[in-house]
Ligand binder design. Sequence first.
Ligand code: UDP
Ligand code: LCN
Length: 821
Amino acid sequence: SSSSPTTLQRSDSIADKMPDALKQSRYHMKRCFASFVGGGKKLMKREHLMKEIEKCIEDSRERSKILEGLFGYILTCTQEAAVVPPFVALAARPNPGFWEYVKVNSGDLTVDEITATEYLKLKESVFDESWAKDENALEIDFGAIDFTTPRLSLSSSIGNGADYISKFISSKLGGSQSSRLEPLLNYLLHLNHHGENLMINDDLNTVAKLQKSLMLAMIVVSTYPKNTPYETFAPRLKEMGFEKGWGDTSERVKETMLMLSQVLEAPDNVKLDLLFSRLPTVFNIVIFSVHGYFGQQDVLGLPDTGGQVVYILDQVRALEEELLIRINQQGLGFKPQILVVTRLIPEARGTKCDQELEAIEGTKHSHILRVPFVTDKGILRQWVSRFDIYPYLERFTQDATSKILQRFDCKPDLIIGNYTDGNLVASLMATKLGVTQGTIAHALEKTKYEDSDAKWKELDPKYHFSCQFTADLLAMNATDFIITSTYQEIAGSKERPGQYESHTAFTMPGLCRVVSGIDVFDPKFNIAAPGADQSVYFPYTETQKRFTNFHPSIKELLYNEKDNDEHMGYLADREKPIIFSMARLDTVKNITGLVEWYGKDKKLREMANLVVVAGFFDMSKSNDREEKAEIKKMHDLIEKYKLKGKFRWIAAQTDRYRNSELYRCVADTKGVFVQPALYEAFGLTVIEAMNCGLPIFATNQGGPAEIIVDGVSGFHIDPNNGDESVTKIVDFFSKCGADSLYWDDISKAGLKRIYECYTWKIYAEKLLKMGSLYGFWRDVNEDQKKAKQRYIELFYNLQFKQLTKKVTIPEDKPMPLRLAS
Ligand code: UDP
Ligand code: LCN
C-alpha cells in the first residue's frame, strides 16, 4: 500500500514495509547497509546508524528525502541493530510497548521478520558466539506460563491496570447465572480481622441468601434516623447474617448495602470500584526497604540513601491517615499498623539505624522495624552497598517474617516492596504467607547503564547485575501489582523504552536469554505518582509560614567565606541569582557534569552563582566506590575552572525542614533548580523544588521529562548535551532580565502542575484501592498464579541463589549473635 510513514498502522508490520522502503532508493540503501556491515561496530544504536548514513549519502537533499520517507521512519523506530555479516538485525519499536525485529541481508537487501528470540541470538553472537549457538542455553520465558491473564491492547492504556481489572472482573461477574457471582461471595465470606468475621458470616453462604438478606436489612436500617450509630442496630443485622464493616452510621451502612446489591444485580466497574473502596480489607501493612541507611534523621544524602527513604516515610503518613479515615467510616475501631522493615546496621555512624524499633514521626501507629543481616559468622556490622546486598536477603526474609508476625499477631494484609532488594524479600514473604503483594522500583538499574545486560560480565564484579536483574524479574513476575511514579517508568516515551519495558526481551550472554521477562500490557501496572510533604515544601511566597529560624544558618551556609566541613568555595557576588542543585554524589546524578558546564561557560558564570549540595569533600570518609570517584572529580573541576568566588559546594544535608527553606531562599534570589542526571527514575528533588516555587531545568532522561511540560512548567535539558543545556539556562536568565514577570510565570506554572498531579492524598487513595482490588483478583486467578509461582520458585532456587554466591561477604569482625540481642 502507499500509506505515508506517519500513517503506518500497527497492522502494517515493519517487515512488510521494509522491502518497499529499501526499494525507494536501492542504490543508497545498498551503500548504507554495506557500511553498517563494514563499519566494524557490531552493536549499533540509532545515532550510529545515522552517522553511517550521513557518510554514505553525501548529497544532503537526497539524504533528507530518504530520511523523510519510509526508511527514515523505520530508522526513528529503531532502537539498536546487531551486525552479523552479511546481516543487519534491527530491533524496532514503533510505539511504546510494541517491538518488531527484522533481519536485512546487506548483499541483496532481502528482509525477514524474525522473533525476539532470533534477534537476541544474533545480538549474543556479537558478545559470546559459542553461547549464542548453544542449543541448550538457558531461556527464560514468563509469557509461556502466563496464558490466562488478560492484557491491555493500547499503548495509551498502559499504567491504568486497576481500571482495566475492575472492568474485566465486572464483566466476569455479570450474566444470568448467579454462580458467576460466587467468587465475590467467597471473597466477602473470607473478610476478617484477627479471625473475626467482617461484613457477612456463614449464614449468608449463597448468592440468593445474600441478596435476600440485603433487601431486608436495608428496610430495617431505613427505619433508623441517618446518624444512628451502627451499634444501635448491630444485633438486628447480626440475626440476618451481617457482621460489622458496613459503615459507622445507618446512612453509610445502607449506602454500602445498596452498592453491593447493585453489583449483585448487574455488575459494572463503576459500582465495583465504589464497593472496593469501601470493603474493609487492609489493616496491617508491611513495607520493605531493605538496604540502609533507612532512618528519619541524619541519613539523607548518604550513598544509596535518598528519595526512597523520603518517599516511604511520606507514603506511610499518607496511608495511615487514609486508613484511619476508612476504618472509622466502616464503623470499625481497629488500629491500623504499618511496619517499615529495613536492615539493622550496628555500625550506624551516629544514626538510629542500629535501633530495632522506632516510631514514625507524624503517625500514631506506624514504626520502623530493623532486622540485622546474619551470615554464618554472625551479624554483619557494617553498611553494604545496594549492589552487594544479595547474599543476605533470604535469611533476612526469614528473620523479618517471624518478627513481623510476632508484632502483628496475625498475617499482614498487604506487603509492599521497594527497590530490587525489598521487592525480592516482599515476594518471598508474600508467597510464603499467601498475602497480596505490591512492588515499587524507585529505579530499575538496567536502563541507567548502557548495555548493562549485554555487557553484564564486564560490569558484574562491580555491580552484580546478574543478581539484580534476576531479582527484578522474579519480583515483577511474582507481585500482584506494580506501582510506578510515571508512565515513562513502565513504557518510556515515543523515543525511549521504559524501565520495565527494557525487561521485556533482553539477553545476558553466557547467563540467560530472557525471551519474555515482563509484559508492559499486563494490567498489574499502575501509575500512582508521589508528592512532597506540603507542610514542609511550600511556596517561597507563603511568607508567614516560612521557617525563618533557619535564615541565619542558611545565610552562613550559602555565603560564609571560610571553608569548613560543611561548605567549600564561596560566592563573591551575593546579588546574583543562584543556580542550585542537590543530589547524592552518584555518577548518574551528574552533579559534576553541571559543575563542568558552569565552569566552561563564561556567560553563565557571569549571570549566576552555582551552589550544589552533594556528598562529602573528604574521599577517605566515603566507602562507596562511585562517591569516591565523584569527590575527586569535583576537587579537580574546582581547580581546573578556578571556580572559587562563584561556586559553593555544600556537603550532604540531612534536615528536610532546613532544606525546604534553602530551596525557598534560592527562590528569593530569583534562582533556578537544575537536575542534570544522566538518568533519573523519578526525581523527588524536582517535585520539592517545584513545590517551593523554583523554576526547574531537569534532565529529559527519565521521570522529570514527564513531571515537567517543557517550556511551560519548567524546562527539559539534555544531560548529554551540555552546550545546549547551558544555552537554555542562559536564555532563561536573559529573558528574565528583559521581562520581569517571566520568572514568576514559570514558577507559578510549576506549582499548578504539582497541585494537579503530584500529591500524596491522591496516591494513598489509589494504593488502598489496589490493595483490595488485586487481592480479589488473586482469588479469581488462583490457578494461573500457582503455575507461575512454581516457575518462579525454580528460577529463584536454581539460578538466583547460585548467583548470590559470587558476591563477596565483607570481612569485618562480625558480632557474635548472642551479643546482638
Ligand atoms: N536529599 C537530601 N540531602 C542531600 C541529597 C538529597 O536531603 O544531600 C534528599 C532530597 O531532598 C530528596 C531525596 O534526598 O528528598 C533525593 O531524592 P531523589 O528522588 O531526587 O533522588 P534519589 O536519591 O532517590 O535517587
Ligand atoms: C529513587 C530514585 O532514583 C529517584 O528517581 C526517585 O525519585 C526516588 O527513588 C523515589 O521514588
